[in-house]
Design a protein around this ligand. Sequence first.
Ligand code: ZN
Length: 318
Amino acid sequence: MKNKDFWHKRFSVGLPLMITADEFRSCLETHHDYIDTVYLSSPMGDRFHAREQIAEQLKNREKVELFWKLVEIIKDKKYDINLEIVFNTPKLIPGDIKESRELFDQHDIKVDKVAVLDSIDWYYDSAKEYFPEAKIVQSVNNMKNTPEGLKTYKHKYDEIILGRQLIRNTEAARTVKKLGSKCVLLLNNGCSFICGGCREKAYCKRMYDKAREIHSAEYLYAQQSIMPFELHDDYFPLQYYDYFKLATRNGDADYINKTLDSYVNNKTEEYLAQGTKYYHLWGKLAWHIPYYDEFNLDRIREIKKQICDFSGSESERV
Ligand SMILES: [Zn+2]
């Protein structure tokens, strides 16, 4: 088991909007030692949000007020947490990144990281121009699907996020390090493995159903989730991963608190003893949910042991 020092400032969590300011402050009080970054998208209209739910929430003025209250809390010096803006949709128009900078300036909020899509050239240039002091992150939404593909990114990134089908791919993590970037591992994937970015829910479901023709629901969950024991018991070559990203933007305070608690304190059985719904903490894909009650943790553990790809090298284990 990894001790708590191992997790110091290792997590990147999404800004939740189904939370009160008090709940959020209490969450940061408890977990700020472990949280390096909170990421969010600009509350400037639909085209800024890759997730439909967030776009809907931020149409509501009260939610926008809450958004700024939460941002103030993140930037409270005592928590020492970085703020990351994600420009991870292909719909932005020139001027959007500049206006985001102006908006955050108006609120006197410093932005520490900016995530962009490599596929649209001007995003990177614009991010560099308007957030010159920020680190630039390659968004998981535009992740190349192979280790070789990662080498074709046009720009040099401070961080590259690996999710979906690259989560168990050691070669991909090694490639990120060779590119000189920090490697961020998305833990609780909310997208079907072969979907490729979740632009459409129906497509994501079709991809899941296609995989189900070959594999059991239990296998797909084992493959697509990352459970706490995998990190604590070295199912992963952790030396390649600098940060761990959690998809928490559509979660509430309870979801964030329990997800962080489970990963930091290696609690898998403890949560599952309280209900199979807690499989959700470690794999957010909705298509798994109807099968939770049939899942067996021992079998999942066995599958995970078999599919973890360490390229056969014992020495890669930490
Ligand atoms: Zn998807």
